[in-house]
Design a protein around this ligand. Structure first.
Ligand code: SF4
Length: 473
């Protein structure tokens, strides 16, 4: 009997199998994109970007737009950080940066057709609230001057908040400016964990901010937590969750800490002997999942949980859920423009990424050039596999025949190797293979979406180095 979820109209609950987690816990991509950024090359340049934008404008019904704005500055370094950021307390650095950011936004505003509505906006970082609220206000207005902002009350305009840099008045201003959602980093409230990761923030102040955001009408507050940090225990993490559940944030993300000190320099400051072992990490995750599901949260996918009336759950149910560089999000089928240093765009069948170096980013714009550094135009094979992987990540079921529709190829033969490689996962009841060529992810399989998707990743089968990626669980 099928235990797949959304297609039967039933919302996914949790079904955590510790033995399976141990067996499947290899390294793999998080599939915020397919192909992943490792496949981007310098062959993709500003000229190609212009071509894909022109093509997207020429569609019979062009997709709406989504804008990601990267603010790289943070005033203090968190030791677990793997983001593109600049640590500084000099607020003047934001002034120069914003000048170039406005210029980049103007450039995109001129290229995209005026009638394409901006339905989604996200300010991420770094720390967007490193900016003063008047700077955020001017940035928002500038975006409105260059794009047709959705007037829908349910528009998805969000900003990442660092609770250490805002107060209740800041939230009032952000709501007034026009943001509808906020996302805040918490990681863990345990004081010894906070000290070990060099990120100390008061639980009382954070909880007061969440409560205030709800009171002044933000449609949702997302809280980011991380498990696998130094000195973490299942009991301590459970206490953090209990504190949060008292204010019931609409969304919770529980990310696995990927300790990759060779790639991310700040992580060399983490004391490795303080990292929890795999059994303790599993206890933390297991405990967290049962606490959240008992409290009425829906397991949207991989690391994301949301209350049943949140738009993320509606998107899961109506097929508009997407996986992008911020994790799970609503508004699939929009063209994503990424502005700011290191930001990634996904327009039509292409990905492109801005330079990751602040000085080069600023120089390019000063010279009147788009700050594109690398990207990728998807091949037909990329497009097919991307469709399959996205559907697995976002709807837990894929009909391979439908995914290949319009491509003049037969699913059973095109994916013959993949279908064979899925058999062991079927035996472990992570998926069900139903006829003809339909893959359903079971509730148990929701924790192994990365493993299931990896079967369809042709770049992994070319034996790329998996050390680039974090552990699956
Ligand atoms: S984790 Fe976030 S707040 Fe901390 S240094 Fe990195 S980008 Fe800045």
């Amino acid at each position: 009997m099928s235990d797949s979820s959304t297609q039967s109209g039933k919302l996914p609950t949790s079904n955590f199998d510790v033995d399976l987690v141990r067996r499947y816990n290899g390294s793999g991509p998080r599939y915020t994109s397919y192909p992943t950024a490792l496949q981007f090359t310098a062959d993709f340049n500003a000229k190609q970007l212009r071509e894909v934008i022109d093509l997207s404008n020429e569609q019979l019904v062009p997709d709406p737009l989504s804008l990601y704005v990267h603010i790289p500055f943070c005033s203090k370094l968190c030791f677990y950080c793997a983001c593109n950021k600049v640590i500084t307390r000099n607020k003047n650095r934001a002034v120069d940066y914003l000048e170039r950011l406005h210029e980049e936004i103007s450039k995109y505003g001129k290229i995209f057709d005026d009638d394409r509505e901006l339905v989604q906006l996200h300010l991420g970082g770094g720390t967007p609230t490193f900016l003063e609220t008047n700077q955020i206000d001017r940035l928002f207005s500038h975006i409105g001057d260059n794009f047709r902002l959705s007037k829908d009350l349910a528009r998805d305009f969000s900003i990442e908040i660092d609770p250490r840099t805002v107060n209740i008045e800041t939230l009032d201003c952000l709501r007034e400016i026009g943001f509808t959602r906020i996302s805040m980093g918490v990681q863990d409230f345990a004081p010894d964990v906070q000290k070990a990761i060099h990120r100390e923030q008061s639980s009382d102040e954070t909880l007061a901010l969440i409560a205030h955001a709800q009171a002044i009408g933000f449609a949702s507050t997302n809280v980011d937590l991380i498990y696998g940090l130094p000195l973490q225990t299942a009991a301590g993490f459970g206490k953090t969750l209990n504190q949060l559940l008292a204010v019931r944030p609409e969304r919770l993300s529980i990310f696995h800490y990927a300790h990759l000190p060779d790639r991310f320099k700040p992580q060399r400051k983490i004391c490795e002997s303080q990292l929890p072992g795999s059994d303790e990490k599993l206890n933390i995750l297991n405990g967290a999942i049962s606490q959240l599901t008992q409290a009425g949260y829906v397991h949207v996918g991989m690391d994301h949980f949301a209350l049943v009336d949140d738009s993320l759950v509606s998107a899961l149910q109506d097929g508009s859920l997407q996986r992008n560089f911020q994790g799970y999000s609503t508004h699939a089928r929009s063209d994503l423009i990424g502005v700011g240093v290191s930001a990634i765009s996904h327009i039509g069948n292409s990905f492109s990424q801005n330079t990751k170096t602040l000085s080069i980013y600023q120089n390019h714009l000063d010279e009147g050039r788009m700050p594109i550094d690398q990207g990728l135009r998807l091949s037909q094979d990329d497009i097919l596999r991307k469709r399959v992987i996205e559907q697995l990540m976002c709807s837990t079921e894929v009909n391979l025949d439908k995914a290949l529709k319009g491509f003049d190829c037969d699913a059973a033969s095109y994916f013959a190797d993949e279908l064979r490689n899925l058999r062991p996962l079927e035996a472990d009841r992570l998926i069900e293979l139903t006829s003809p060529n339909v893959i359903k992810v079971t509730q148990k399989g929701r924790f192994f979406l990365r493993n299931i998707c990896m079967i369809f990743d042709q770049y992994l089968s070319k034996k790329r180095d998996l050390n680039h990626y974090s552990k699956v669980i």
